[in-house]
Design a protein around this ligand. Structure first.
Ligand SMILES: Cc1cc2nc3c(=O)[nH]c(=O)nc-3n(C[C@H](O)[C@H](O)[C@H](O)COP(=O)(O)OP(=O)(O)OC[C@H]3O[C@@H](n4cnc5c(N)ncnc54)[C@H](O)[C@@H]3O)c2cc1C
Length: 346
């Protein structure tokens, strides 16, 4: 008998399983890796100041303190490297844009996340007549390497099984969950954008977003920072960069398109002044929600069914903190933040 069966072994399910196992719970993750999985397509950027309005992300202090502690701790424990802090340069569009920021940066909360002076990049490499805002505490999680390390650890704990979970085969009673020959006290869905097909939680307003990303080779370019204007340029290794990404609400399958590639390449050409060559192209579906907040909590009728999902385009920054909060909720009856509690939808 398990305490928790977790459906989905992406960033959300694997991290939550790690937290619960460390607290002594008996856990089994069921994951079908060949399905679309947003986590392995993700660029892995974490950045505390986002959006057109250059706003501080929700609970930035808690999120960023937690992620800067959590990922390096796991690197040591797993003996693998996947966490790369990098400054993030957001290029200004105009003098107006630059001035708006200069007024705004006096607001409280920004201090620990920014370099106050406007930065200028080498004009021969990057078109940046209005300079850039330099954001600190940003960087990249190599999501593939992270998931591989975590799934190997889960395998070593006999806590993951790679198979499809058939929603119609689950028997739910108030005391126990039965799934084929497995029994559990509770079931937690971390099934990403597949929540749309989940008969228990498809009542929530999910709004998955298709996204495409390119890998490009750019000789003699910045390898020590992320640069963003319309698209991000994120260094990986050996003059290779991830560039993206697109947002498309009409495509429901994780297919790459020539329109997506063209959109990214056009924006990249406007920003980067040197030649580049596209060497890779991927697509995935972000598990986004209508109000752009995660979905955490208990099913309104079945007390032993839970969801931990809806991380949209920010799973890398949200999941370390929210998995800690959710573990505390499951094991110690702690309250969930109302912004992410699915009670808000009822
Ligand atoms: C192009 C693109 C770029 C992105 N870039 C970033 C970025 O830079 N930074 C960032 O923070 N986020 C980024 N994201 C978003 C990020 O990928 C998500 O926030 C995060 O990965 C969500 O993790 P998850 O575990 O909830 O979902 P998923 O990664 O989708 O994992 C769900 C898992 O559940 C499994 N599953 C579902 N149904 C079943 C079933 N019935 N049986 C068995 N297994 C099942 C799937 O196979 C999958 O393994 C990006 C996404 C895309 C598409």
């Amino acid at each position: 008998m398990y305490d928790y069966i977790i459906i989905g072994g992406g960033l959300a399910g694997s991290t939550l399983a790690y937290r619960l196992l460390k607290q002594g719970a008996k856990v089994m993750v069921i994951d079908e890796p060949s399905r679309n999985i947003s986590s392995t397509v993700a660029a892995g950027i974490f950045n505390p100041i986002t959006g057109k309005r250059t706003a501080l992300t929700w609970k930035a202090n808690e999120m960023f303190d937690e992620l800067h502690a959590f990922y390096p701790k796991l690197e040591v424990e797993m003996g693998e490297h996947f966490f790369y802090p990098l400054p993030f340069y957001k290029l200004f569009d105009s003098i107006f844009d630059q001035n708006e920021w200069l007024n705004k940066q006096q607001e409280s909360g920004f201090n620990q996340f920014i370099e106050h002076e406007i930065q200028f990049l080498n004009n021969e490499r990057v078109d940046n007549p209005f300079g850039a805002l330099q954001i600190e505490k940003a960087g990249r999680l190599d999501t593939k390497a992270f998931l591989k390390a975590l799934q190997n650890w889960l395998l070593s704990q006999n806590a993951i099984s790679f198979q499809n979970f058939d929603y119609t085969n689950v028997e739910v009673t108030n005391e126990i969950i039965k799934y084929n020959d497995l029994k559990s006290q509770a079931l937690i869905f971390c099934d990403g954008s597949n929540s749309l097909a989940n008969p228990f939680f498809n009542y929530l307003p999910h709004k998955p977003v298709h996204g495409e990303i390119l890998e490009v080779e750019i000789p003699n370019f910045y390898e020590d920072r992320v640069i963003n204007k319309g698209v991000f340029v994120l260094p990986t290794a050996n003059q290779k960069y991830l560039v993206g990404s697109t947002y498309n609400w009409d495509l429901t399958e994780p297919v790459t398109t020539s329109a997506g590639r063209e959109e990214i390449e056009t924006k990249l050409k406007e920003m980067v002044k040197t030649e580049f060559k596209t060497t890779g192209h991927w697509a995935g579906i972000r598990p986004s929600t209508k109000d752009r907040r995660a979905y955490l909590g208990q099913h309104p009728s079945y007390k032993n069914l839970f969801i931990f999902g809806g991380f949209g385009s920010k799973g890398v920054s949200l999941i370390p903190y929210l998995s800690k909060v959710f573990t505390n909720y499951l094991l110690n009856d702690a309250e969930l933040p109302k912004e992410v509690d699915i009670c808000r939808v009822r």
